[in-house]
Structure formats: structure tokens, C-alpha cells
Design a binder for this molecule. Sequence first.
Ligand code: KIV
Ligand code: NA
Length: 257
Amino acid sequence: MPITTQQLIQWKQQGRAIVALTAWDYAIAQLLDTAGVDLILVGDSLAVMLGYETTLPVTLEEMIHHAKAVRRGVKRALVVVDLPFLTYQESVSQAMHSAGRILKETGAQAVKLEGGYPAMVETVARLVQAGIPVMGHVGLTPQSVHQLGLRQQGKTQTAGERIFNEAIALEQAGVFSLVLEHIPANLALEITQKVRVPTIGIGAGVDCDGQVLVTSDVLGLSEKQPPFAKVYTNLREQITNAVQSYALEVRGGQFPN
Ligand code: KIV
Ligand code: NA
């Protein structure tokens, strides 16, 4: 049975950890889904696969194009799609239009957007009221890279309290889940204990209700990984070896034989 947003909230209550990973294409999405990943995020980390330096250049068209491919590969996992930079910050109506396009054109079940400041909380509330499931994202929000850098957030008392309050406000606005990125573990724990909806951590310690990583980091396919990523296999090395073997055999006349 396909996983629903309600199911994730139930799993939090039951203490069953939620397994999330990113996917940007059909092949990886199908592998993740078959391997039992609960939530597949079509992140705007798609930037990595498109060769962009940051997530800022990613367009709504690119997200939709890739989300459609991912969706075709998934039978069980909940598919969540990032709203890219400046396709939702301008107004509620812009956010509604962008999120609506994602749900209608890709078949994904939910969208994710960054930030928990008052205007964004209002936007989230309006999307949720319209029937669009929204995942929040606080702490390090990579679309603000030119303001925040890629440093850990919420380290001081004041900064920690701000992120805590944003999480509460987003919960009240109706998010079904919250990504907590690159914040101290004790802050993530406090938020996780306070909110009813599941927290999905990335660089936020072990006490979140679930974990997410960028799949190309997990597979060792990214050129560089953030400090909190764990590399479970080295695909760059394996692909290089495979391609070099092929080249050697073609040049040596051993393939095809
Ligand atoms: O874009 C992305 O991959 C993300 C996750 C890292 C949470 O937002
Ligand atoms: Na993202």
C-alpha cells in the first residue's frame, strides 16, 4: 500500500523511524522504492545532478520534469517535491500556482518549502487549507546560501529559539512533517519532542523521527559531501573502473568478442 502523510504521523507515535532519501530520476527512484525507502524527496539538490553550484538556479520546469520521472518509478514511498527558489516566496498565489502544478503534473503527493518566518507560515497555512500536503524545512535552508552559508544553524540560544519557534509555527500552519537541517542534536531533540508531526533530520542528530540524506552522497557519487553525510559505497570509483575497463577492451579489440 502506498505510504500516506497520515501513516508517517502514526509511525512517529509508534516510534518507528522514517527512512527518507532523495531521487532525481526514474532508475534511482525505482531502486529506492524497491529497497523500502519510506519517503522519496525530489530535492532541489537536483542542482548537483544538473551541475549547478547552488540550488538557486533550479527552475520549476526542471523540478517537474524530474519529479515526473521519479513518480513513474515509485509504487510505495511517499513522493515529496521541493518548490525551487523564488517559485513560492513572492506571494501565496505564486506558491499555490507552483505547488498546484507539481501535484497536478507529476502525481507527487506533497511539496516541501524552506523557511518558517511569518509570511512563509501564512503561505503554508493557505496551501494546507487548499488540500496540498506541505513538508516544512528549517535550520540550514540552502536556498538562503548567500545569507547563511552552509554552516550549522541554531548554535546560540537566540538562534536556537528562533528555529524552535519556526518549527512550532509551521506545525500550527499544518505541515505533515518537518525537515531539520544541520542544527545541534539537542535542538532537534527539543523540537522532535514538542511537535506532533515527524521530524526528518539531516545533520541534526539521532533523535529525529527519521533521517534523510542526498542519495548521491550516500552512494559516493557526489564530488563533495557535506560533513554530516555518510558514504555507504563509492560509485565514483566503481563507475570510473567500469568505464576504464570498457575503454581498455574496446581499444584492445577484446570487446565485443
Ligand atoms: O534538496 C534536498 O535534497 C533537500 C534534502 C537534503 C532535505 O532538501
Ligand atoms: Na532542498
